[in-house]
Design a protein around this ligand. Sequence first.
Ligand code: HAM
Length: 415
Amino acid sequence: MIKTVKGCKDIYGEDIEYFRKAEKVMRDTARAFGFREIIPPVIEYSELFQRSVGKDTDIVEKEMYTFTDKGGRSITLRPEMTASVARAYVEHHFETLPSPVKLFYIGPCFRYERPQKGRYREFYQFGVEVLGDESPLLDAEVISLAYRISEKSGIKGLKVRLNSIGCKKCRPHYKEVLREALKPHYEELCDDCKRRFYTNPLRILDCKREKKELKESLPKITDYLCEECKSHFEKVQNYLKLMDIPFELDNSLVRGLDYYTKTVFEVVSEDLGAQNALLGGGRYDYLIEELGGRHTPGLGFAIGMERFVEVLKAQSKIIEKETSIYIAYQDSTLKAALDIASNLRDKGFTVLVDSKGGSFGKQLSRSGKRNSDFTVIVGEDELKKGTVQLKDMRKKEQKEVKVEKIIEELMSNES
Ligand code: HAM
């Protein structure tokens, strides 16, 4: 038997209902905040991720699906979509559009990670990016969008973790301070962190293998921010309070992608286990420049769709079921049955027309197995009078209704 590739999964049944429902809330809420959609390609030149996500990150070092195409180019299945949106901004001169440019996206991403609950090799991200504005009001607005999406989907018990990781001016100094503080503990560090000590010591702060006591004893980045970053961070917090968005400051939050500057945040849920980040994001004021554009500040976040669905399911949000209707008929009434099905579908009902035929008894039993809400029984005798039998499958009640009144009757029965 051929199975799905390791770390990938089919999304079907109940999961797809949750997925599409969540997607609709995300799209509608993002549109209400003025975002428009972009669909970037799934593959990009590998260099894009090396220059944006960063050569020394776990994603680029270990997790990318990279191959050489028939023309000898190095191609990568995108591990995330911020880099693609930034590339599109530079490539299509979005700087000529009114600023800020606000874009959202949804699509599959690929990371060669060790699969576990909430961590897959193919996963979907819904994300937003705001380009061309450095106002801290936008940081708060983007965080509030993430929060509202979760709230509107009915998710409870979420925590917003917030931090600032400074900028090109203040972060290098903090890195040195951190290295100094870590030096006496170098031998205790895990192999990854020994490497990070030289490449990016900040990542040691969120390594799950390092001792909590060690991490808590280290200097805090927020004490080393330059005036500009400090004031920006204070304003973000004030705006979040104005918007009634609860948040917690967390100095260990550093994020695993190199492009971030100033504000970084994650929304976590207790219902997720070890991989508890439902979404993550932050500001990236130099990314567009790194990719050859003019200085253009930016920020955004991405939600992991599988994790979002997981939380919705754990909190058992009932998905509203659409009213489903089964049509039973005789050979002589097929045309009328098909017309009724077509009219009902136009009105948004989910309609199944029996395909096996036989007695009404058999057709009704098939309708029952399908869990239909109603069966429309199109019999020859009734049709002569311009009527059909309408059976409420839950109440087990049946009544004769005029063909042109079927919809009215169904609507009056919808709860
Ligand atoms: P990220 O934190 O790497 O950020 O991923 C965002 C979200 O994608 C995570 O919080 C998680 O829900 C989901 N995710 C990541 N990896 C996996 C995986 N292997 N399996 C399942 N879900 C996963 C980014 O990707 C940034 N581009 C976010 C961003 C947008 N920053 C600014 N703009």
